[in-house]
Ligand binder design. Sequence first.
Ligand SMILES: [Zn+2]
Length: 219
Amino acid sequence: MDLPGRLVDGYRAFIDVRLPIELQRFERLAATGQKPEVMVIGCCDSRVSPEVIFDAHPGELFVVRNVANLVPPYSPTGLTHGISAALEFAVLGLKVKYIVVMGHSHCGGVRAFVEHRDRPDPGDFIDNWMSLITPTATALEAEGHPLRPDSLVRLEQASVVSTLANLMTFPWIRRRVEAQDLQLLGAYFDVATGHLSACDRDSGTFVPVVAFNARPASG
Ligand SMILES: [Zn+2]
């Protein structure tokens, strides 16, 4: 079966332009293994690729993406836990120095949570997965911030902060953080503008990563 034409065209562009530039890096990484210093936990959303946003080369970012960039609390049951397995590999195997949880604007997962919240017939997976942000949403509402589908930024950003707290429930993450061998960081990408902000842990607010004085010329 053929791959979609868009992928074949993209791959041709890759071997024409990028592969010649990156080939030595690929060869070295194949021989020595990967040693990324940064793990990024991002959303599946097609608009928020960490490799694109951070202009990353092969071997630089260990990326895990799921719906709404969430991490369930530590729960070593006999069930299958994709994100926890990736964390274990990144933290204990690769010994990454940073874990960045990157939320984003216009997140469909967060929107689904707000819109489906009282739905009597949850689907197979998304509603259950998104229930991870119920405590965050409940806390915001208790603080007087009603949740509306047209105003999700506060919940999207608060969810990043909650996910950073969930990461600390993993004992081997906590140990490495307390030993200052690992930093947990939050970020938030605005899809409409390309602006990236980072979480200030003291204030819980998100501040621009770099000055963004003017939009780049388009076209
Ligand atoms: Zn999303």
